[in-house]
Design a protein around this ligand. Structure first.
Ligand SMILES: Cc1cc2nc3c(=O)[nH]c(=O)nc-3n(C[C@H](O)[C@H](O)[C@H](O)COP(=O)(O)O)c2cc1C
Length: 187
């Protein structure tokens, strides 16, 4: 099969569409769109963010929330990635509901079905940005995306991912196999 070298282009897929929400020092809520992020252990989330209003906020408050965006909120998710809280009150302009988290010093955006509320445990930095790790103190979920056994059902939630090769969002698709199961065919 013919292969081509693309050099240092990082094309790991999928990239997240995580909406990271925080409070400014004056209490103004803000949110940004983050593609470089993920769970880095069972109860920890890592986000890699540059010099943004969100970065200042998280450093000042020691907390943030992170919500995977869903297909119902593509416009709002993208807006959070193209406007800055340094110039606009994005919370107000988005029309979404920013409520105070019960657990951490950061807002929860009510319209996103699933949110992790995180307390900052470490911040490392280099020229690529701040790598902020947060411990998940609470996970808040809409009952409408839970299945009969109380598990988050991503088929109902329809999370989106970022396709950086085309600069588009894609909705997460169908189940194609069982984890810790499909491989048994080769054992
Ligand atoms: C699809 C998408 C993904 C993004 N991913 C990141 C990211 O992973 N890290 C980052 O620092 N900025 C990322 N950005 C840019 C920030 O979201 C953007 O600069 C935003 O305006 C920062 O908001 P703030 O200044 O209000 O904090 C992304 C933007 C988009 C549209």
């Amino acid at each position: 099969m013919a292969k081509k070298n693309l050099g240092s282009a990082g094309e790991l897929f999928p990239q997240s569409v995580f909406i990271v929400a925080s409070y400014g020092e004056d209490g103004t809520p803000n949110a940004m769109n983050v593609a470089w992020a993920g769970e880095c252990s069972r109860h920890e989330v890592c986000v890699n963010i540059g010099d943004h209003k969100t970065t200042e906020n998280i450093i000042a408050r020691g907390a943030f929330t992170v919500a995977p965006a869903d297909a119902a909120h593509v416009a709002e998710a993208d807006y959070f990635g193209i406007a800055t809280g340094r110039k606009t009150n994005k919370a107000e302009a988005s029309g979404l509901t920013f409520a105070k988290s019960e657990f951490v010093d950061a807002p929860v955006i009510e319209e996103f079905p699933l949110t992790m509320e995180c307390k900052v445990t470490s911040i490392a930095g280099d020229e690529h940005g701040a790598r902020i790790v947060g411990e998940v103190v609470n996970t808040r979920v809409d009952e409408s995306v839970l299945d009969d056994e109380g598990r988050v059902d991503f088929a109902r939630m329809r999370p989106i991912v970022y396709d950086s090769t085309r600069r588009i969002y894609r909705v997460v698709g169908k189940e194609v196999g069982g984890a810790w199961d499909a491989g048994k065919a080769l054992m």
